[in-house]
Design a protein around this ligand. Structure first.
Ligand SMILES: *Cc1c(COP(=O)(O)O)cnc(C)c1O
Length: 430
């Protein structure tokens, strides 16, 4: 299958070009040229299939002509070797827990799949690939763990010194091997600027093959569509209309859900749950898309002022605000509402939310209260223990660190320290 750029000013790209480039040369995002309905019988069989088999069928639709089926099957099965359970909270309101992977956030799915796909293409063309990633926390740990020990690929994680939580820092500084952690004396924006300069530097690009692992990459987005099918399959038949709420920042996760819907998945409506960085909820309300600098919140993985995957959503609906707002609505939560929700759901239903999941719960609950015949699930994007201080202070109780997070804490960090300077980074790489 070929991929076009959302800005329509770049030539069509093959899968391998689209995923090694990440961004199209015209600055647009790659989209697959075909997105029709999956066969009707798949939607009948789906309810008795397991997650990996469902994922493989969806993956075949997009990638079946680009990779040998056996290779693709191994990629999908390896990526999804952890459970993604649908957990019932109350009434017909459920959550799809996407935090059982190695770094306990949903980004594990995209990062692990992308690592395997890039590993395959790198094996085919025998040239070492260098992945650069700037992170404020979650992305760095998911990418580092996803790419750890993938042959032919080296990863450089740039993060702002002292501005990443201890748990998160341990997750990408203790791996060693093909993962190099670089602590930059500056902010997240400085890290991102250095990475962008690296991609633009001709000398550096002559020297080594560089690519990025951020969420605009099709290889990270595509596998996220798999779990929406699995969520619906676990919910079962005869559910009434299904509503799905997605805690959103760069809008990659919800975009993958909308792609699943386009393939025929019976979800009636999506809700984009955000913190007070409500650029997209505002757009859904009044049709005006006004990016602005992000504001810090306690759901910080969603502190985004210019959501990068929004261009894909616009493209999916040919720019029609009317059609977009038929399928998606927005729902905004303040820090205080997030804390109250964590406390309330824990006290009344015995379920512990993380701050991001809490925005999803609130959005879904409000919609289901207004539409009593619906069923629904929200995506729980991270394990609550990744945000210990916020969760503990919300419920006035200590929580345990799960083994997946604790296993990093005794390991020794290996960190390269660097000033916020592209020249220093370039010298280090060469
Ligand atoms: C990245 C992230 C999000 C936002 O996902 P997008 O795909 O950027 O919308 C939400 N919650 C957590 C925990 C995240 O790490």
């Amino acid at each position: 299958m070929l991929y076009y750029s959302t800005r329509k000013k770049a030539p069509a790209a093959s899968l391998s070009e689209a995923v090694t480039k990440g961004l199209a040369p015209d600055g647009g995002l790659y989209m697959p040229e075909q997105m029709g309905l999956l066969p009707e019988d798949f939607f009948k069989r789906m309810y008795s299939m397991d997650f990996q088999d469902i994922a493989f069928e969806v993956a075949m639709y997009f990638l079946g002509n680009d990779l040998p089926a056996g290779e693709l099957k191994r990629m999908v099965y390896d990526t999804l070797d952890f459970p993604v359970p649908l957990v019932h909270i109350h009434d017909r309101l459920c959550t799809l827990e996407l935090f059982h992977g190695p770094t306990m956030a949903f980004k594990d799915v995209g990062a692990r799949f992308m690592a395997r796909l890039l590993g395959y293409f790198t094996r085919c063309d025998h040239q070492e690939l260098n992945v650069l990633v700037a992170t404020s926390g979650d992305t760095g740990s998911a990418v580092a763990n996803g790419f750890f020990q993938i042959p032919g690929i080296r990863v450089f994680v740039l993060y702002p010194r002292g501005l990443v939580s201890t748990v998160q820092e341990k997750q990408f500084t203790t791996l060693g091997g093909n993962i190099t952690a670089i602590s930059v004396e500056g902010t997240f924006d400085d890290c991102q600027t250095i990475v962008k300069q690296a991609f633009a530097d001709e000398e550096l690009n002559r020297h080594m093959k560089l690519t990025s692992a951020n969420s605009i990459n099709w290889a990270r987005l595509l596998p996220q569509s798999f779990y929406y099918f699995w969520g619906v399959a676990q919910l079962g038949r005869d559910t009434g209309d299904i509503v799905c709420a997605v805690p959103s920042g760069n809008f990659g996760n919800i975009c993958a859900g909308l792609i699943a819907k386009r393939l025929g998945l019976p979800v009636a409506h999506f809700i984009a749950a955000t913190n007070i960085n409500d650029i997209v909820p505002q757009y859904l309300k009044n049709g005006n898309f006004n990016p602005r600098p992000s504001v810090a919140t306690i759901a910080n993985a969603m502190d985004v002022g210019n959501p990068s995957n929004f261009a894909r959503i616009i493209d999916l609906y040919h720019g029609s605000h009317e059609n977009i707002s038929r399928d998606i609505s927005g729902f905004v939560s303040t820090d205080e509402q997030i804390r109250l929700t964590i406390k309330d759901v824990y006290t009344n239903h015995g379920y512990l939310l993380d701050p991001h999941g809490a925005t999803g719960y609130r959005a879904l609950k409000s919609c289901m209260d207004n539409h009593p015949s619906t069923s629904g699930f929200f995506i729980e994007t991270a394990h609550p223990a990744k945000f210990t201080e916020i969760v503990e202070s919300s419920i006035n109780q200590e929580i345990a660190l799960p083994p997946n997070l604790a296993r990093f804490s005794n390991k020794i960090s290996q960190i390269v320290e660097m000033p916020a300077s592209f020249e220093a980074f370039k010298e280090f790489l060469i």
